[in-house]
Design a protein around this ligand. Structure first.
Ligand SMILES: *[C@@H]1O[C@H](CO)[C@@H](O)[C@H](O)[C@H]1NC(C)=O
Ligand SMILES: *[C@@H]1O[C@H](CO)[C@@H](O)[C@H](O)[C@H]1NC(C)=O
Ligand SMILES: *[C@@H]1O[C@H](CO)[C@@H](O)[C@H](O)[C@H]1NC(C)=O
Length: 440
């Protein structure tokens, strides 16, 4: 308290001393000196909060007079000549050459804005003014808490982004993925915009496609702009789509079952047999999951069709905190690939040749085929004999398809046998007649 009083009285005395001193000099020298004037106009200043600002006042013919800096709004005297007269530690004054006086404000605050006056205590008094504007970069008020909202599908949501700054920032919204924002103004009216302006973004009856990250951006042309990211999670129970509900393949082949799942929050997906038995990955089964977008997943089950037991219903199942769902695919098997090949070729070595070495079977088949046909042909003409006909009989018992084929073959052979003996007789007769003709 004592110190304060002392300081205050010191400043008061000093001020009085300066003022009287100037006054005295003024009266003494007035007659000889040209009148003071300003060398230039003071420039208005706009400065970003926290930066420094300086007003420069150029005075010609100052003579014995003094320059004072005054805040025009509240008439407070800031500085006189080379002394600062307020207790604002961020202010300083400089008198750099004969003509230039500078008022320097360090770390400008918003409260520093206003009109500043450079005044010369001549008679009449001279002054010029300039204003200081302090702009503030935008800031987003974090009143909403976390940057994530959860809304059930069809529900309503309001995203709010309040910003401060000077000038008042403009708030815009856009989607992080660049998609349009859907604005529903009425029950039926909706509009798609890449950028929405306003502090509050409202979703009426939100849909899953509106799920994603939204950015609110506040800007007022004072750098830097700021943004805030809000993730909108729309919750709904899983929905499964099966495009191919019937999938088949030959026994021994691999087939792939496909399901598309839409769910949010992220579901747990698995495959099961129709009986409910859950399928686990092993030599026979392999599963894959691909994310199509934030809420869509493609499920794949690769499965080896090893026996008819693998036929039947398969279920892709999806479960999240909202609910669960499943899709069914029916699997059927056709005949083994090797079997189909052999059936198409008519082999009579099926039981002994086997499918293990198809090449060797081919060789023996070609020969045996010829042999069998020949023997069969002869068999029809002459009484049946030899191992080939027995084999043909075996085949008849073995497979109905082969039986049918051998019948076709044999009818072909019958046609041949019908022609061949006739031609032999013809040759014999011609030979016989030519012999007679020769003899005659
Ligand atoms: C400074 O701003 C004021 C208004 O605030 C204006 O009247 C004046 O002309 C400006 N001065 C200069 C030098 O731009
Ligand atoms: C079938 O899938 C299994 C496992 O994925 C693989 O080892 C096997 O080679 C596949 N077989 C065929 C015929 O593609
Ligand atoms: C078997 O027959 C096929 C065509 O029917 C032929 O290309 C192949 O050369 C034959 N093999 C033998 C060993 O005769």
């Amino acid at each position: 308290m004592v110190v304060d009083m002392t300081t205050a009285s010191f400043f008061l005395l000093a001020l009085l001393h300066i003022l009287t001193g100037i006054d005295g000099q003024h009266h003494h020298n007035n007659a000889n000196m040209p009148a003071p004037s300003f060398g230039s106009t003071m420039e208005n200043i706009t400065v970003i909060n926290g930066r420094d600002a300086s007003f420069t006042c150029v005075v010609l013919n100052i003579g014995p007079h003094r320059v004072a800096w005054i805040k025009a709004d509240d008439k407070g005297i800031l500085a006189m000549h080379d002394r600062v007269l307020t207790n604002n530690a961020r202010l300083s004054v400089m008198h750099s050459d004969l003509h230039t006086w500078t008022l320097h404000i360090r770390d400008v605050h918003r409260s520093d804005r206003g009109v500043y006056m450079c005044q010369i205590n001549s008679d009449p008094m001279l002054s010029q003014t300039a204003s200081l504007e302090v702009v503030v970069p935008p800031d987003i008020l974090n009143e909403e808490g976390g940057g994530e909202v959860l809304i059930p599908e069809g529900g309503m949501a309001r995203l709010s982004c309040k910003a401060k700054g000077f000038p008042q920032p403009r708030v815009t919204w856009r989607r992080e993925d660049g998609q349009d924002i859907v604005i529903r103004s009425g029950a039926l009216q909706k509009q798609k915009v890449p950028i929405f302006e306003g502090e509050v973004l409202t979703f009426h009856k939100i849909t899953r496609s509106e799920m994603g990250a939204y950015l609110c951006i506040a800007s007022n042309n004072v750098p830097p702009s700021v943004s805030r990211r809000i993730v909108v999670n729309v919750h709904f129970y899983p929905i499964i789509q099966v495009h191919n509900q019937l999938v088949g393949g030959p026994l021994g082949s691999n087939i792939t079952l496909d399901c598309m799942v839409e769910a949010s929050p992220k579901p747990i997906n698995y495959w099961a047999r129709e009986s409910g038995e859950i399928i686990i990955p092993n030599d026979k089964y392999r599963m894959e999951e691909f994310d199509v977008n934030t809420y869509t997943t493609r499920l794949r089950l690769h499965l080896k069709l090893s026996s008819n037991a693998d036929e039947g219903g398969y279920k892709c199942c999806s479960k999240n905190s909202i609910g669960d769902s499943e899709g069914t695919i029916t699997v059927y098997a056709t005949k083994r690939v090797e079997e189909e090949k052999s059936l198409g070729r008519w082999s009579d070595h099926d039981e002994e040749g086997g499918a293990e070495e198809p090449d060797s079977v081919d060789d023996s088949d070609n020969t045996s085929l010829e042999v069998t046909t020949t023997h069969f042909t002869l068999g029809r003409v002459t009484p049946p004999a030899g191992p080939s006909s027995r084999r043909a009989n075996n085949n008849n018992i073995q497979s109905p398809t082969q039986n049918k084929m051998s019948i076709i073959r044999s009818s072909g052979s019958i046609a041949q046998t019908a022609v061949r003996p006739q031609s032999y007789y013809l040759v014999a007769i011609i030979y016989f007649f030519s012999l007679i003709v020769t003899l005659l």
